[in-house]
Design a protein around this ligand. Structure first.
Ligand code: MF3
Ligand code: CO
Ligand code: CO
Length: 277
């Protein structure tokens, strides 16, 4: 029922609540998101030479925390619902929310690193896949198609479209390659809040869901499995893995809807956002 969607125009400095409304932002908020998003992209860029066989996910987490703090920001995940780390590191069959620790990256791994600097009250949320050493073609292809899914979704992000149009193109592209689209985790509104309305699903019917209007901020972050879409949660309460143990890939950008399309807040200043690296 698209008529039920509630939008709320907010100023850059007012306190906003997680009340189910979709927030509509002005130029000052766009500038705040641009700065937070740029820092997220710079962190992900700086990780490219760092992510090598032999490095631990804990060392990646330390790197992310230090660079976030050096940039004048705070990792939004630190202390978020009891999460005690500065990023998520999701290797191979881990879909998302992999917890950094002693685990060592090995030649042939694929790993998603997801960062969320909170800069001057604005959240820049972005993730990319990194190829560790020599990665088999099947895995590289999954990474590439997942990136294409994200960018096809972003092409749909403009006034006059609906949220379901984004999920529809992502699902079509992934399933054309016989990959599975994860349903349990979604993109989300963000801005002053880390996770806000709307829910951005990555498998949907075209023409459904809330209408996209200028000033909306949200992430698109498709998780695509080489096998079936099913998810299993590990006992740590965070780590989501593929039920069939197949590989999984994810890319995430934070965007803002403009008058004639969208602005990608988390684009790499050096063009490193696109695989292969
Ligand atoms: N960055 C993730 C997202 O894209 C959220 C991670 S929450 C954490 O929404 F607590 F698991 F870190
Ligand atoms: Co996100
Ligand atoms: Co994220």
């Amino acid at each position: 029922m698209p008529g039920m969607t509630q939008y709320q125009t907010v100023t850059a400095d007012e306190t906003v609540l997680r009340d189910g409304t979709i927030k509509l932002h002005g130029p000052e908020a766009f500038e705040g998101m641009r700065r937070a998003g740029r820092l997220a992209a710079e962190i992900l860029d700086a990780l490219v030479p760092f992510v090598q066989p032999g490095v631990t996910t804990g060392a990646i987490d330390d790197f992310v925390r230090q660079m976030t703090l050096d940039g004048g920001a705070i990792p939004a995940t630190l202390g978020y619902r009891g999460y005690a780390h500065s990023c998520c590191t999701s290797i191979n069959n881990v879909i998302c929310h992999g917890i950094p620790g002693d685990k060592v990256l090995r030649d042939g791994d694929i790993v998603n690193i997801d960062v969320t600097p909170l800069l001057d009250g604005w959240h820049g949320d972005s993730s990319r896949m990194y190829l560790v050493g020599d990665v088999p073609l099947k895995a590289r292809r999954l990474v590439e198609v997942t990136y294409e899914c994200l960018m096809l979704g972003i092409e749909q992000a403009k006034p006059g479209k609906r949220l379901g149009d984004i999920g529809a193109v992502i699902q079509r592209h992934a399933e054309a390659h016989r990959y599975g689209v994860v349903r349990e985790f979604c993109g989300h509104g963000l801005g002053r809040l880390f996770h806000d309305a709307p829910e951005v699903v990555h498998a949907a019917r075209a023409g459904t869901g809330p209408e996209l209007v200028p000033g909306m901020f949200f992430t698109i972050e498709p998780m695509i499995n080489l096998g079936k879409p099913g998810v299993k949660m590990l006992d740590d309460g965070w780590t989501a893995v593929t039920r069939d143990r197949s590989l999984s890939a994810q890319f995430e950008h934070s965007i803002g809807i403009t008058e004639d399309g969208c602005e990608i807040f988390t684009l790499s200043p050096t063009g490193l956002h696109k695989p292969p690296y």
